[in-house]
Design a protein around this ligand. Sequence first.
Ligand code: F6R
Ligand code: MG
Ligand code: MG
Length: 364
Amino acid sequence: MGVTLSVIKADVGGFVGHTESHPDVLAKAGECLEKAKKEGLLIDYHVTKCGDDLQLIMTHQLGVDSEKIHKQAWDTFVWCTEVARKLKLHGAGQDLLADSFSGNVKGMGPGVAEMEFEERTAETVIILMADKTSAGAWNMPLYKIFADPFNTVGLVIAPNMHAGFAFEVHDVKEHKKIIFNAPEEIYDMLVLIGAPSHYMVKAVYHRESGEIAAVSSTQQLSFLAGRYVGKDDPVCIVRSQGQFPAVGEILEPFTAPFLVEGWMRGSHQGPLMPVAVKDSTPCRFDGPPRVVALGFQLSSGKLVGPGDMFSDKAFDRAREQANHMADIMRRHGPFEPHRLPLEGMEYTTLPEVMKHVKGRFTDL
Ligand code: F6R
Ligand code: MG
Ligand code: MG
């Protein structure tokens, strides 16, 4: 059976500050999607949050970029914003950058990751969701999952994965894309995806079957708005098992926390900490950045689950390490490499400061 899995997310207001989502907002989203399911638009849905981001996980048969599904998500965010406004939550409606819906939520603020596929006999999917970081944060884990044999032994010993995967990489500044074949082109690819604020892995495909294996959200809120509206807080869908990496191969990269852009005021480097949904509450210096992973089995489009994958005790040490890395980074205060270089910061007083001190510079 052909099914489309759409994950559409937005920050429609934080509780408290930018740290969490309010239960009333989540309940409102649940009400809206329940109605859409009863009306037959959705096969199934799951509402969750990662930090202050509201996540709508939906299955249907209308394909990717469906106007009906995007409108449903947009309307849900609008209704949830009303709840957020009533509660005077912080930044109510912050990711809804347009006044009204115009065909597709892309370019309007929300983040989107969608894929359409024939449901397998057992269709395992993992949905990764992050807060206080941007879409480039998936580059390293996607590389490890689909191209690094030290992470994914299936690439070496599973005959149905041995031919490797193809990576679709987007140049988000020039709005161009390129496909790289792993393993033979990994050195070329790493030159680019090692610069995750410029080149982002958008999708991954199984090379023999051509099937979609992973897709990420690559919306760039700051480009869209032309002003600070927070980091994108991206999502990523990864298919698992059989010809795709095993669940444990998908989660393994998060056992070694790595530094990502985001954290306080979207202007710092900090470790990405894997946590259970209930622990996606970035409170220390508005962070450190968090990632949650929900696992589902699809059954004729029904979302059986979720399993809250990072609630596993085996990720305790990664959390401990991330806290230790956070201590080291925080020591730098407003200095690089904790604070982002001038061009990477979401907030900056540089133009005002320069205006102010310009006349005081003298030649060396
Ligand atoms: C980072 C983030 C927060 C805010 C900070 C200031 O992505 O959302 O760190 O930037 O709390 O928020 P405002 O400017 O809304 O008071
Ligand atoms: Mg927020
Ligand atoms: Mg957020």
